[in-house]
Design a binder for this molecule. Structure first.
Ligand code: S3P
Length: 215
């Protein structure tokens, strides 16, 4: 039953999804936000819903370097990583449309920010410290959080980065709820931003249904 309802809901949104794809034209949806904001997990789902390719910039950097992000940081330093990140994202932005998830520091680079503005619709997945800590706490592959107090680092990053992330075209709260709900919110926000005419989920759900007699 639950899966039938989910399928119906997907069908309801087909029109909106098609309008979003058309509205994007030759641009990518670019996900930005801090580590733990859910860029990869939500990006994969968003891409599947929109029937677009999903590309993860960090994985592409790792492929290009033949090394993990941690290895790049340890062997060559953060500056070197940032140069590679800038180059790889510039290359990836040539491919569109797609859903492109970027590492937390990428949008802080002026050149990358300008490239994203020119070739993408940016979506900031904004999460509060509690949600971020719950998510980054589960994994230890992030060099910026290795061997330090992750809470203190994340607080500093929020302070430094959130004013810049706020330049994104769209901001969606990445809350501690099932991923599909956040993806729905992103789809609605994209629809509004791109001037789509199809109704967002909330309005469809609000339509009065058929009522049984006597109730
Ligand atoms: C970084 C975030 C990481 C990765 C690198 C640096 C950052 O990506 O690019 O460790 O500066 O915030 P995620 O945001 O996908 O974890």
């Amino acid at each position: 039953m639950a899966s039938i309802l989910a399928e119906q809901k997907k069908d309801d949104r087909k029109e909106l999804l098609a309008e979003i794809r058309a509205g994007l034209g030759n641009r990518s949806i670019v996900l930005i936000g801090l580590m733990g904001a859910g860029k990869t997990a939500l990006g994969r789902r968003l891409a599947a819903r929109l029937d677009l390719p999903f590309v993860d910039a960090d994985s592409e950097i790792e492929d290009a370097a033949g090394a993990t992000i941690s290895e790049i940081f340890t062997e060559h330093g953060e500056r070197y990583f940032r140069q590679g990140e800038r180059k790889v994202i510039a290359r990836l932005l040539q491919e569109a449309p797609q859903v492109l998830s970027t590492g937390g520091g990428a949008y802080m680079d002026e050149e990358t920010r300008a490239n994203i503005k020119a070739r993408g619709v940016s979506v900031w997945l904004k999460a509060d410290l509690r949600v971020l800590m719950k998510r980054v706490g589960r994994r230890d592959h992030r060099p910026l959080l290795a061997g330090v107090d992750p809470g203190a680092v994340m607080r500093k990053l929020i302070e430094a980065r959130y004013p810049v992330y706020a330049e994104a075209d769209i901001t969606v709260e990445s809350r501690d709820v099932p991923h599909e709900l956040i993806v729905d919110a992103v789809i609605d926000a994209l629809g509004a931003k791109l001037g789509c005419k199809a109704k967002p989920a909330a309005q469809k759900a609000a339509k009065p249904g058929r009522r049984k007699k006597g109730r």
